[in-house]
Design a protein around this ligand. Structure first.
Ligand code: ADP
Ligand code: MG
Length: 257
């Protein structure tokens, strides 16, 4: 795969190794968005969702975006993840504009630099937990190159699953796992490339209280101990309280309270 999306080598080499105690105000901006507009069209009806959203997340920060159901949280997260494109406005990642990149470059960005976790996990049902975690590396390297580094990759994936408390579930398929376990596999998959940023869309939204708490603990540890920058959307204020900073999405705009 060509490296149509380029970042400074130092960033690529160091991955997620920022100091956990970063002072956020002094830390660099990982992602910034200005004036994001998005509406959906259903036949002749236009449904406005985002109406000029400004957003910024700094290195080492754990930020929550809170809004009621239907307020546009997933829409916003999908734009930030370059899974969809805004009608207007701009998104920058590590200082580079990303919202208008060609699809292939956006694929590379998501494959290597931005990890994403979804409410419903989006695991591949036919693959084991281990294979699901390895999938981004298979996509990145292609068959031949992947096979050359197979051992190393598998070792890294096993380490991540072990950190998620799943070393006894490597060969399980998603349907043989609980919701909390599936989400932990999805987090390991999001981390396999050592991303600069983790985006999470209601990561506890489909889980009971205990499994949800476990997922939040994992996300907080990743942030505090490894300095991973995390942006999480949720409708749940008590979940959002665990973040460093919360912004609210109301009527298509960000309200800072
Ligand atoms: P949230 O994640 O906060 O619950 P969403 O971003 O999923 O909200 O949706 C915001 C609004 O946009 C909702 O009113 C929803 O019905 C509408 N919407 C979302 N996706 C689409 C789509 N693909 N087509 C049309 N309307 C959509
Ligand atoms: Mg949503």
């Amino acid at each position: 795969m060509s490296s149509a999306y380029k970042l400074p080598e130092t960033k690529i080499a160091t991955g997620v190794q920022q100091s956990p105690q970063l002072h956020h105000a002094a830390a660099s901006v990982v992602m910034r968005a200005t004036g994001l507009m998005k509406s959906y069209r259903k036949g002749k009806v236009e449904i406005p969702v985002l109406n000029g959203v400004d957003f910024e997340v700094r290195e080492g920060e754990f930020q929550a975006i809170v809004g009621t159901s239907g307020s546009g949280k997933s829409t916003l997260l999908h734009l930030l993840a370059t899974l969809d494109q805004p009608d207007d406005g701009q998104i920058f990642f590590e200082g580079n504009r990303i919202d208008n990149l060609p699809a292939k470059s956006r694929d590379i960005l998501r494959n290597r630099y931005i990890g994403i976790v979804f409410q419903f996990y989006h695991l591949l049902p036919e693959l084991s937990a281990l294979e699901n975690v390895l999938m981004p590396l298979m996509i990145r390297y292609g068959f031949t190159k992947y096979m050359l580094r197979r051992r190393k990759n598998r070792q890294r994936a096993k380490e991540l699953l072990d950190k998620m408390g799943l070393s006894h579930r490597l060969k399980h398929r998603p349907r043989e796992l609980s919701g909390g376990e599936m989400q932990r596999v999805a987090i390991a998959r999001a981390l396999i490339a050592d991303p600069q940023l983790l985006l999470a869309d209601e990561p506890t939204g489909n889980l009971d209280r205990q499994a949800g708490d476990e997922i939040m603990e994992i996300l907080r540890d990743l942030n505090r101990e490894q300095g991973l920058t995390v942006v999480m959307v949720t409708h749940d204020e008590t979940i959002a309280e665990q973040a460093d900073r919360t912004i609210h999405l109301v009527e298509g705009r960000v309200q800072t309270m």
